[in-house]
Design a protein around this ligand. Sequence first.
Ligand SMILES: C[S@@+](CC[C@H](N)C(=O)[O-])C[C@H]1O[C@@H](n2cnc3c(N)ncnc32)[C@H](O)[C@@H]1O
Length: 391
Amino acid sequence: MEVCAEHYTTSTKRHNNYDDEEEKKHFQRIVTAFKYYKPHSLQRVKKTESYLLSLPAQHQKLLHKYREHLTEVKHCIENNDEIIKLIIKDVAHIFENVSPTTSATDTGLTHRPVLADQEKVQATIKQLVRDWSVEGREERRTCYQPIIDEIVNQFPPDSCVTSEIQVLVPGAGLGRLAFEIAKKGYTCQGNEFSLFMLFASHFVLNKCREVNSFRVHPWVHQYMNNLQPGDQTRGISFPDINPSELPETAQFSMAAGDFLEVYFEENHWDCVATCFFIDCANNIVQFIETIYKILKPGGVWINLGPLLYHFSDMPMEESIEPSYSELREVIKGIGFQMQKEETHVKTKYAQNPNSMLQYEYNSVYFVCIKPERPAEPLNQNGSNGLEDQES
Ligand SMILES: C[S@@+](CC[C@H](N)C(=O)[O-])C[C@H]1O[C@@H](n2cnc3c(N)ncnc32)[C@H](O)[C@@H]1O
């Protein structure tokens, strides 16, 4: 199924055996999660406020500015909720090829959403900063720019027809990397399976028409490690560019669905670009195998990110967590030739730059080629016999 929205297409590409009812329920659950954002987030502040009110009068007096700050936090949550309302306003029509529900926005707050979904709503707001704000520029420079530069290096615009080069970005998040690749003239598809991300990217790509026309408070849920009260309540404007200003000829789309289910056509893509993605698998080998399969012979896989295996230690999930050195053996074993490689690439992910707590990843960056002709399978001695032939 193809994703299509007004300006940039968004289609859903789940397999036909995917149960429609299940899909509708899932869709509804995510809409409900967005709707619960305000009551859930306000509940958190109100808990602190009631404790504050139970403190001795002298303590309350000393903390009067803090009390005002909590009022400001509530305003920020309300402002965020206004953006959320816009994000979910038209989601019933988000996909060009399916109608997930006819009443996505009519649903009341019937089912209490799970806490994990609320965290995802908050993460989606932070992702707006990474992808579509001036404040996210540094993260994009360190995470996206090396990938974009390498695509240009592999497929130089002066020696190829860029629109004929097909680039896939699995786990595209809010779509900025895929958008920037398309802006360079390449045909680029972002793939994403999270409806949180798809709703928000649809809003940015299709509804935001003016630079910095909206404002969110992405750090308002971070109650700790603030130097100043304003570090929690700071507003960030988006989008930093007008997303509709992609050249007329640019070919850009977002496809919804699980990467492993959507992409099975062999030898199709010239380039697969993964950023903070490959560790989102239960079985990372399956991701790498799929990337290898769908690349054309001679095709390029560019990767940047850490190995924060997402399913690791999740009680109901299976996971393997090979180290990078084990992973590179897997990559070569599948048949890739590693062309470039760098470790300790300093990268951040949706970080509040003013927080006293900072997470920084020593990411790995590599460029792999799917050879024009597959390598001979290894024999029992771990050799392909070529050494003997050549000597
Ligand atoms: C850590 S985020 C990275 C997003 C973006 N590439 C960036 O660097 O900001 C990983 C993304 O991959 C998506 N994802 C994870 N597993 C996926 C799968 N099997 N198919 C499609 N998307 C997937 C998640 O929903 C999430 O948005």
